[in-house]
Design a protein. Structure first.
Length: 215
């Protein structure tokens, strides 16, 4: 199983495509699945939500992401699927679960990835949460939505692991996760007013990883 959030979610999905390709060649075992939160899948920053969600995202901006991408990529092509999994070959991937807030500029990174994976024949669910911000499940102490999202992710990971175990043992236990479309509407909606006295989003740029500070 692979998991990650934000830039780490993008790296998890890039690795998923790389390992799945090797699995098709018989040199690797295919992962059982991946669960990611607010993944950064497009370092070219071409999603419409970079503009349409700019006024409601309190943490991320297109400019800050562009600066981070320049440090990470240097002169490298942002459309390289190893950096931007949105442009990878998504055929033959295991089930993927995505949770993303509607009030973040990276919203379309999740929606477009889900659409492409479904088109490639994959099993994917993209859960968009109204009123939620970037990687909101990390705020489990204050948000009911965070607990619900993490419970869903935990159930997904458990089911995929159990399916993989039964598959290796030769028993038939096909995943019951449905293949679903990727609607623009939320799968689960919860309007929560966020009142934050002190919220720090830390970033630190160090070659392959970055953090920024927004108050």
């Amino acid at each position: 199983m692979l998991a990650g959030d934000s830039a780490g979610g993008g790296l998890a999905l890039s690795l998923l495509s790389l390992v799945a390709a090797e699995a098709r060649e018989g040199t690797r075992v295919r992962p059982a699945g991946a669960a990611v939160m607010s993944p950064w899948t497009d370092l070219a920053l071409s999603g419409a939500s970079m503009e349409t969600r700019a006024k409601v995202d309190p943490l991320m901006t297109k400019e800050s992401l562009a600066a981070a991408a320049r440090i990470y990529l240097s002169e490298h092509d942002p459309f390289d699927p190893r950096a931007s999994p949105l442009y990878a070959d998504l055929a033959g991937l295991p089930p993927v679960r995505i949770h993303v807030g509607e009030d973040e500029v990276l919203l379309d990174d999740s929606i477009r990835y889900g659409e492409r994976l479904e088109t490639a024949g994959g099993t994917v669910q993209v859960h968009t949460w109204e009123g939620m911000i970037h990687v909101f499940p990390s705020n489990i102490a204050n948000l009911r939505a965070a607990k619900q999202a993490l419970d869903d992710i935990g159930g997904f990971l458990r089911q995929q692991c159990e399916s993989a175990i039964f598959s290796f043992s030769g028993q038939d236990m096909s995943p019951s996760i449905p293949r679903v479309g990727i609607p623009r509407s939320t799968v689960r909606r919860e309007r929560i007013r966020l009142i934050v006295a002190h919220y720090f989003f830390n970033t630190f740029v160090d070659q392959a990883s970055f953090r920024s500070s927004v108050r």
